[in-house]
Design a protein around this ligand. Structure first.
Ligand SMILES: NC(=O)c1ccc[n+]([C@@H]2O[C@H](COP(=O)([O-])OP(=O)(O)OC[C@H]3O[C@@H](n4cnc5c(N)ncnc54)[C@H](OP(=O)(O)O)[C@@H]3O)[C@@H](O)[C@H]2O)c1
Length: 321
């Protein structure tokens, strides 16, 4: 089968197509024939070495497809089931073996393409708005990179929960997308003073929470934009990792700082299933719509990484095996 390996740490050029044998599922595992693979920013951290990996490695954490074979003891699925997963390495391939208890069934009305586009990014939005910080009606919140994969879902979900959403984006075209998702205010963070704009919009009160997947470039702005007892959820490093700070810096407004990880919020199969149920319910309600902004053949994973890191993607990106 075709698979894409990072052969060493580096830029998108270290991604190489290889021909690997189709793996055999061991006890508790299933073999999934992929229909679509989700591209995520974390894949670039695995490739670049920001999150160290043993190389060479088949990248990718998210895919959807059809169960082709079962290992011993699997009762959760049967052959032919449509499933998706979001935390098992090796997704950049035509098929993969995954632990059955780390995958979920895809509802009939959800396409496998949508499932691959949404499972990791949508569960991230789920834990951020419902569990990491609970978004309440009437709260004003700030979402960075609001036209991106996670950002577009965060904006829509927070609106559905009754929040006023301030969104930041890198271009006018992305601003239009964020408005289309329901953002009440959109700030071009490359051109405008975000904290000053937030102060103006909130009458000096600041926001209840900042969802910050950008990291280094927005960290200071995010802290400045928070109101009293606000929460900074810094959950990604699109511009590089956020800097170190002293706890005393949080003292001026009694702020909370968290650096959450999806996999700590779906650590058990029960949590995984509950997160999936909430995600598929919000999709079924129509409150959150998933946009696949761009699709690449799996063999062109390198071009997909260049586009994602070059800020040229919107919404979710799929690799088609
Ligand atoms: N903690 C977790 O469990 C978890 C789970 C999922 C995702 N994440 C994080 O969430 C963030 C979003 O992930 P995603 O896959 O949905 O990606 P994405 O938001 O679709 O893409 C990243 C976006 O970040 C913005 N950005 C700002 N500065 C950038 C820079 N210097 N280089 C590249 N992009 C920059 C760009 O939007 P603009 O052009 O609008 O600035 C870009 O489109 C990532 O940081 C990811 O690591 C974390």
């Amino acid at each position: 089968m075709l698979a894409i390996q990072a052969v060493r740490t580096g830029g998108p050029e270290v991604l190489e197509a290889v021909d690997l044998p189709v793996p055999t599922p061991g006890p508790g595992q299933v073999l999934v024939r992929h229909q679509a693979v989700g591209l995520n920013f974390i894949d670039t951290y695995h490739r670049s070495g920001l999150y160290p990996m043993k190389m060479p490695v088949v990248l990718g954490l998210e895919a959807a497809g059809v169960v082709e074979a079962l290992g011993d003891g699997v009762t959760r699925f049967k052959a032919g089931d449509r499933i998706a997963y979001n935390g098992t390495l090796g997704a950049y391939a035509q098929a993969a073996v995954v632990p059955a208890d780390r995958a979920v069934k895809v509802p009939d009305e959800v396409s496998l393409e949508t499932a691959a586009a949404v499972l990791l990014k949508g569960m991230t939005a789920e834990f951020l708005v419902r569990r990491c910080h609970k978004v309440e009606p009437g709260q004003t919140i700030l979402v960075h990179a609001a036209a991106g994969g996670v950002g577009s879902i965060l904006v829509q979900w927070a609106k559905a929960l009754g929040a006023t959403v301030i969104a930041t984006v890198g271009s006018e075209a992305k601003a239009a997308l964020a408005r289309g998702h329901g953002a009440d205010h959109v700030i071009l963070y490359g051109e405008e003073d975000v904290a000053a704009k937030v102060a103006e919009i909130t009458g000096g009160q600041g926001v209840a929470v900042v969802y910050d997947g950008v990291g280094k470039d927005t960290f200071e702005t995010s802290l400045k934009s928070l109101g009293r007892r606000g929460v900074l959820a810094t959950f990604g490093n699109a511009s590089g990792p956020a800097p170190a700070i002293a706890p005393l810096e949080l003292g001026a407004k009694s702020l909370f700082l968290t650096r959450p990880r999806l996999f700590d919020y779906i650590a058990t199969t029960t949590e995984l299933d509950e997160s999936a149920a909430a995600l598929f319910a919000v999709l079924a309600s129509g409150a959150v719509k998933i946009e696949v902004g761009q699709t690449f053949p799996l063999a062109q994973a390198r071009a997909a990484h260049e586009a994602l890191e070059g800020r040229r993607t919107t919404g979710a990106t799929l690799l088609i095996p």
